[in-house]
Design a protein around this ligand. Structure first.
Ligand SMILES: NC(=O)c1ccc[n+]([C@@H]2O[C@H](COP(=O)([O-])OP(=O)(O)OC[C@H]3O[C@@H](n4cnc5c(N)ncnc54)[C@H](OP(=O)(O)O)[C@@H]3O)[C@@H](O)[C@H]2O)c1
Length: 261
């Protein structure tokens, strides 16, 4: 058994496993010998993934239909996995709304807040006692580079991802020395259904990283928290932006991004 599997296995939960980065996490974890709990709304996609992983690696999977825009969905996931020895929680499900803030659909914005913020907070709250009791394991939160600074025309999304960074950093501090590692993943543009949709609607998304590379690098850096940015281009770009006077940075971003809408 690998040291990684021994420390974070035998079972990992991945939310948002039906596509993109979550799908890639599931594939990467299966190659590392994990059994999996896969959660999303589209269970047909989860069934497809489970069959693929079972055939390729003999992975045992539990599938959970879960709509994380419903406030009680995290509690249902916790109950459904009560009997599982989960050592790694990948809280990854999320979505983005782009455009002028005032024309954002209010209901969709509330759903985004529930999926992107309420769900990771409740899942962490529910799983932490289980992980701490084991004395080893990890939590990975998928945030975004957009969580580092208020991003114009992605304002509400960027605010949700800032919360995730705050959640992950705080827990990183609380759990130091507990045997439970916490990493907040901040991807830049990554190949996924989300970016494919945006590339169709808006200007092409530059410097795209394969989802599988994001998953691999994240797992390889799980002890290098509190925050991890897998995309070198976006890491440099956001380091530059956050080093600028804030007003200058957000106004410059707004004028650059307006042209892409
Ligand atoms: N791709 C990027 O460029 C990028 C950059 C930075 C951060 N991120 C973050 O990466 C994470 C994964 O996104 P992705 O890029 O891989 O996009 P994606 O391909 O669209 O995948 C999103 C995943 O989240 C799940 N999800 C969305 N709404 C949900 C809901 N109400 N309940 C349960 N699951 C839900 C989807 O599953 P179902 O639709 O089947 O429910 C899907 O599996 C998100 O948190 C996103 O914000 C992505």
């Amino acid at each position: 058994m690998s040291a990684f599997l021994e420390r974070y296995g035998p079972v990992a939960l991945v939310t948002g496993a039906s596509s993109g980065i979550g799908w890639a996490f599931a594939e990467e974890l299966a190659t590392r010998g994990f059994d999996l709990v896969l959660a999303a709304r589209r269970t047909d996609r989860l069934e497809q993934l489970a069959a693929k992983l079972e055939a390729a690696h003999g992975t045992a999977t539990q599938l959970c239909e879960s709509d994380l825009s419903k406030p009680d969905a995290p509690a249902a996931l916790l109950a459904a996995t009560a009997g599982k020895d989960i050592g790694l929680v990948i809280s990854n499900a999320g979505f983005n709304i782009r455009g002028y803030f005032e024309t954002t659909d209010a209901v969709e914005m509330a759903e985004m807040l529930t999926v992107n913020c309420h769900a990771p907070m409740q899942l962490a709250h529910g799983f932490l006692p289980r992980l701490k009791a084991r004395g080893k394991g990890g939590i990975v939160f998928t945030s975004s580079v957009e969580g580092f600074i208020g991003c114009p025309f992605s304002t509400a999304y960027s605010a949700t991802k800032a919360l995730v960074i705050g959640l992950g950093e705080g827990l990183f501090g609380e759990l130091a020395g507990s045997g439970v590692d916490v990493l907040t993943l901040c991807p830049g543009a990554t190949e996924s259904e989300a970016t494919a949709k945006y590339a169709e609607k808006y200007a092409a998304v530059p410097n795209m990283q394969p989802a599988r590379e994001v998953a691999q690098l994240t797992l390889d850096n799980i002890t290098n928290g509190p925050v991890f940015v897998p995309n070198a281009h976006y890491k440099a770009q956001f380091e530059q932006l956050t080093a600028m006077p804030r007003a200058q940075a957000v106004v410059a971003m707004a004028s650059a991004l307006k042209a892409t809408l």
